[in-house]
Design a protein around this ligand. Sequence first.
Ligand code: THU
Length: 130
Amino acid sequence: MHFSVERLIKAAAEARENAYAPYSNFKVGAAILTKGHRCYTGCNVENASYGLTCCAERVALFKAVASNERDFTAIALTAGIDQFISPCGACRQVLAEFSPNIEIYMANKNGEYVVRSLAELLPDAFKLAD
Ligand code: THU
């Protein structure tokens, strides 16, 4: 890809700094890459009514969609910890709506990563009947 994986992970790490996570203290950043090589970032945004929290991945995706983007090739996410974090089931389903073959780069605080396709992480995503 024109936009390197390293750059995508760096964008996710920078977005993480804006995370609003006073309840969990678990800050997440994400960066999603469009087919046209544009990058949109997101962070988790929590709420006093906990269930209203939105994950970093969905914030990044929704920003991109609101900017008229529909096709995505990769998404990076990081929680700035030793572990590689994996997107939650809700985010997987929302990503599948637009790009069932998107590659997911799960990065740790050192910029190392594990990559999986969404098809691997969410086989048989829900679809409405034709
Ligand atoms: N979170 C994300 O932003 N992305 C994930 O992939 C998993 C969880 C957020 C939601 C919540 O603000 C915090 O992490 C703890 O669950």
